[in-house]
Write a protein that binds this ligand. Structure first.
Ligand SMILES: C[S@@+](CC[C@H](N)C(=O)[O-])C[C@H]1O[C@@H](n2cnc3c(N)ncnc32)[C@H](O)[C@@H]1O
Length: 245
């Protein structure tokens, strides 16, 4: 498959064309289902008024919790087919919580470890009596050797890499209208420690292109999928302006 390209399509369409074990590492942050809420003890979807929200043109980020669980199960199964190692960044919010705890149970045999990404300052809770959220999780899946916490492929010495990463959120990428972009330092930390130059990195939810930009800078090849045309455009502009070191 052609590399150094972000396909403007649903990630399942890209994955269908990918051969087994054709990718060295997956780094991704899937949609968090931010617009699924609880009212009177029941799930309900926040209504999106498309005219006022360019952000939710292609997807509404409010699917029923069971559908969200099925979606992630299928994505992770496909990712494990194409790659041995997956860094899957999740945030526990109302619309994702139940699904992700079920995912952790379902894939217990493929989960190698979990990193806590400490964002250094908390995002204030959306409602009273709710904890402010300061962390996200990075679930590390390993297809062949998850029983062990030892990484077959890594570049850090014994005792040098902790499982809590203190990395500040980045200001919103210019014109992105995207509240959930990766800080470049997060992708750098993963690539530096778990991949090598020329490796192929896949991000099925490329958003504003952070995984591609850091891959390019660190001399890795990349493949991305992203359903939003606007984000693809922005990613391509960022890629064009990205300085190689
Ligand atoms: C949390 S954001 C990723 C942000 C990204 N890490 C960055 O740094 O910009 C998730 C992205 O997935 C995209 N998306 C949602 N469903 C998708 C699907 N089925 N296939 C491909 N992209 C999808 C959304 O448009 C959104 O940009």
């Amino acid at each position: 498959m052609k590399t150094n390209i972000i396909y403007n399509e649903n990630c399942f369409d890209t994955l269908k064309r990918m051969e087994d074990d054709s990718v060295d590492i997956v780094i991704t942050s899937p949609p968090y289902n931010m617009n699924l809420r609880i009212r009177n003890g029941q799930y309900c979807s926040r209504q999106i008024v498309k005219e006022f929200s360019t952000k939710y043109n292609e997807f509404s980020d409010n699917i029923p919790i069971e559908e969200y669980y099925e979606f992630h199960s299928k994505v992770i199964e496909e990712l494990l087919r194409v790659s041995n190692i997956i860094f899957y960044n999740i945030q526990i919010v109302t619309g994702s919580k139940r699904a992700f705890f079920k995912i952790i149970g379902k894939f217990a045999d493929q989960i190698k470890d979990v990193v806590v990404w400490d964002k250094c300052t908390a995002q204030p809770a959306m409602a009273k009596n709710v904890l402010n959220r300061q962390y996200e999780l990075i679930i590390i899946f390993d297809k062949t050797n998850a029983i062990s916490r030892q990484f077959k492929k890594c570049n850090f010495g014994r005792g040098t890499l902790n499982d809590v990463w203190h990395i500040k959120r980045e200001r919103k990428t210019a014109n992105a209208n995207h509240g959930a972009t990766f800080p470049e330092a997060l992708v750098e930390t993963i690539l530096e420690n778990f991949s090598n130059p020329n490796d192929i990195v896949y991000d099925p939810f490329m958003g504003t292109g952070t995984t591609a930009i850091v891959s390019k800078r660190m001399n890795r090849r990349w493949i991305g999928s992203e359903i939003s045309k606007d984000y693809i455009k922005l990613s391509n502009e960022r890629l064009k302006n990205c300085q190689l070191v």
